[in-house]
Design a protein around this ligand. Structure first.
Ligand SMILES: C[S@@+](CC[C@H](N)C(=O)[O-])C[C@H]1O[C@@H](n2cnc3c(N)ncnc32)[C@H](O)[C@@H]1O
Length: 221
């Protein structure tokens, strides 16, 4: 991909931010502007993650609708998706992204929610669940083991701010591999790592999205 041919800045975060800002600049606030192939698979991922959180929240009988942090919110497509669904109208939403250009796009798209979007890599406050859709798919290192460690480290900061759990999707393959700058995790290795570091884990293939797996991590009680 031409976006990655120029010399890369040193830190992983700087590489990620630069690549996403360039993609948004090229395609605008659209699924293609965050490296998705289509709106259909983008929405299918949202549906699976929200269903996992909804299920967990109902099982906890905690009362009230959950507050979620959309970690790696891109241009805010999840908020648009939620607004189209009355069953989610009571859910609280915060959007967080490491790429400043993405947060600018969110604030332009949702002027009434400007204060609910922040630049960063962890929620600005305690939330019930952190949600990650495609956040770790683009991988700008050739070292798959390093990328898995990076994912776990990023999640650890968010786990501290998650009262009940986290929902995350990852592309998966038999062995961890990076193809065309896209990371494919080992489902079993990820389940083991999440259980060792965080809480109880369930995982399901994401409906309608080839190779994608939706993981739900919940706090042990
Ligand atoms: C593939 S896009 C998905 C955007 C959005 N979740 C969606 O589905 O439309 C991934 C987004 O995650 C952001 N991102 C990557 N790593 C991140 C991190 N560690 N913390 C917060 N945001 C991150 C990128 O800037 C990018 O906007």
């Amino acid at each position: 991909m031409s976006l990655f041919r120029s010399p890369m800045p040193f830190s992983l975060d700087a590489r990620i931010t630069r690549a996403y800002a360039a993609c948004l600049g090229q395609h605008g606030p659209t699924p293609q502007g965050v490296f998705w192939n289509s709106a259909k698979t983008q929405s299918a991922r949202f549906a699976a993650l929200l269903a996992a959180i909804s299920h967990a929240h109902t099982a906890r009988q905690s009362g009230g609708a959950p507050l979620i942090a959309d970690m790696g919110c891109g241009y805010g497509a999840l908020l648009g998706y939620m607004r189209g669904r009355p069953a989610l109208a009571d859910w609280g939403y915060r959007g967080v992204d490491v790429t400043p250009a993405m947060i600018r796009a969110c604030r332009a798209e949702f002027p009434d929610m400007k204060a609910h979007f922040t630049i960063g890599k962890a929620p600005p406050m305690q939330v019930d669940y952190c949600l990650f859709s495609g956040t770790f798919n683009l991988c700008l290192t050739p070292d798959a083991a390093r990328w898995q460690r990076y994912i776990i480290d990023e999640l650890a900061a968010c786990w501290q701010a998650s009262r009940h759990g986290m929902a995350i999707n990852l592309l998966c393959a038999r062995e961890p591999v990076i193809r065309n700058n896209i990371y494919y995790a080992s489902r079993d290795a990820m389940v083991a790592a999440f259980e060792a570091k965080f809480g109880n884990v369930t995982s399901h293939p994401t409906r309608q999205v080839k190779h994608d797996v939706t993981f739900l991590i919940t706090r042990r009680r």
